[in-house]
Design a protein around this ligand. Structure first.
Ligand SMILES: Cc1ncc(COP(=O)(O)O)c(C=O)c1O
Length: 478
């Protein structure tokens, strides 16, 4: 870059601030420390009339957001299901912005188009999906659901002589989705966007392990033999990482003519590790799959992937033609496979993450996170007043904090669990989020970050132990 490049000052400042932020992740507070009011008072300036030099904009952005950046990129963040970003992927993401390609088509982003072709092939290989499946790089798992379910909608209605892309859904046969009651809210959002309505999702009871049982699905399938049906299966649910039995349920659904879609937002990645592959036996026979790059693969936001076993249905649901767009039959035009037209070249960051890890690196990451989740759950549950509600089978676990007062009720334990989780967050040492599972309030343990190591686990257990010791002493002394 020329010394006089107008980009240099801002990019140099950005590099400086980014390295300082990333260098602080290991020791700094995990939770945000600035209040809503502080952030508003700093950031909500009157829009300036005159231009401001770019490097000053960057410096002020960093100063004004101070304390408002959650350290979810670091190894002591265990909330929701959130990954960090491995270095090559972060670097590639920066370049993606610098290159600023419109990844809609080969003509405006030729290298990105080829990178996406390669990512699609690598991902199918790594996740154990059929090589003939079509794919799309989306903004996340929810958009991957939209993509895959649009393909399902097309296929099911086409079989009944209805062209949904042309005629819409008014007057079309009603589609239903059968799922266990453990499905994720992103599916609800997807069906709303697809015009199918949330009422189309029929939540069937799951068993003790959070799984949909064969007899339950069979009964539901038989109840409406003529209704076009999507069976939604779970590869790792949000709370306990439950996996449905693909080898039993997929053939059953197919015998009834249903389309099977798998939500594997993070859980599909277990297929990269020989240790966990058995959880996914038979998953490759589904019709579509949705997963994320920004969770377990540790690609920066936003990154998700849809795969569809029936490329024709996928393309029919997504492709569009315009006379001003150049077409090249020799390449894969991304806009024909995703719900959006213009978009960022998100293939580069995925490509870089996959190369930095390699197959062995992804397997090791999955195994390390599962071990860390287990160590955290067991280590926390070893403290007085902790119930181990779910010992992680993969990277998700649940603990519940028991109110130490002798007459405490279940709802006291619920409130106490929230209070302890909040107190842990306030220490800045670690961050967990909460859930209600089987009617009980629990603290969720979710490990997805490539930086979570034994020392992060030990430090977190020590922090939770200290919080519990202090809070229990105060509570009993009340
Ligand atoms: C099981 C499951 N499915 C779907 C999603 C939605 O993913 P995204 O936020 O990338 O759309 C999540 C997010 O946590 C999830 O855990």
């Amino acid at each position: 870059m020329s010394e006089r490049s107008p980009f240099r000052p801002a990019l140099e400042r950005a590099l400086h601030h980014a390295l300082s932020y990333l260098g602080n992740l290991e020791d700094g507070p995990v939770a945000a420390t600035a209040t809503l009011e502080t952030l508003r008072s700093r950031l909500a300036k009157p829009l300036n009339r005159a231009p401001i030099p770019a490097e000053r904009v960057i410096d002020e952005l960093v100063a004004d957001t101070e304390g408002g950046i959650v350290a979810s990129a670091g190894g002591r963040f265990f909330g929701w299901v959130i990954g960090g970003a491995v270095p090559a992927s972060l670097g590639a993401d920066w370049l993606t912005s610098a290159w600023d390609q419109n990844a809609a088509s080969f003509a405006c982003a030729p290298a990105e188009a080829v990178v996406e072709e390669v990512c699609g092939a690598w991902l199918k290989e790594l996740l154990g999906l059929p090589s003939h499946a079509s794919f799309a790089l989306t903004s996340g798992c929810q958009t991957a659901h939209v993509t895959a379910l649009a393909a399902a909608r097309h296929a099911l209605l086409e079989q009944r002589g209805w062209q949904v892309e042309r005629d819409g859904l008014f007057g079309a046969p009603r589609i239903r989705i059968l799922s266990s009651d453990q499905f994720h809210g992103s599916v609800t959002q997807a069906v709303r966007l697809l015009g199918m309505g949330t009422a189309c999702v029929q939540a069937l009871p799951s068993n003790r392990m959070g799984q949909l049982e064969m007899a339950t699905l069979d009964e539901a399938l038989r109840a409406e033999p003529d209704t076009p049906t999507i069976v939604l299966l779970q590869a790792g649910d949000l709370n306990i990482g439950a996996y449905d039995s693909f080898s039993e349920l997929i053939p059953l659904a197919h015998r009834h003519g249903a389309w099977v879609h798998v939500d594997g937002a993070f859980g599909l990645w277990a297929n990269a590790s020989e240790r966990y592959q058995s959880l996914l036996t038979g998953v490759e026979h589904a019709d579509s799959w949705a997963t994320d790059g920004h969770k377990w693969l540790n690609v920066p936001y936003d990154s998700g992937f849809a795969f569809v076993a029936h490329a024709d249905a996928h393309r029919a649901a997504m492709s569009h033609y315009a006379s001003y767009v150049s077409y090249n039959e020799a390449v894969r035009e991304q806009k024909d496979w995703t719900p959006v037209w213009s978009r960022r070249g998100r293939g580069f960051a995925t490509y870089a993450a996959l190369r930095e890890f390699g197959r062995e690196g992804v397997a090791a990451l999955v195994e390390r996170c599962c071990e860390a989740a287990h160590a955290l759950a067991v280590g926390i549950a070893a403290q007085p007043g902790v119930e181990l509600v779910w010992a992680p089978r993969i990277n998700q676990g649940l603990v519940r904090f028991i109110d130490p007062r002798p007459d405490a009720t279940e709802s006291d334990h619920d409130a106490w669990t929230d209070a302890v989780t909040e107190a842990v967050l306030r220490t800045g040492e670690a961050l967990f989020s909460n859930t209600t599972w089987r009617g009980k309030r629990c603290m969720r343990i979710s490990v997805c970050n490539w930086q979570t190591d034994a020392s992060a686990v030990a430090r977190t257990i020590a922090a939770v132990t200290e919080v519990l010791r202090t809070m229990r002493a105060a509570r009993i002394g009340q």
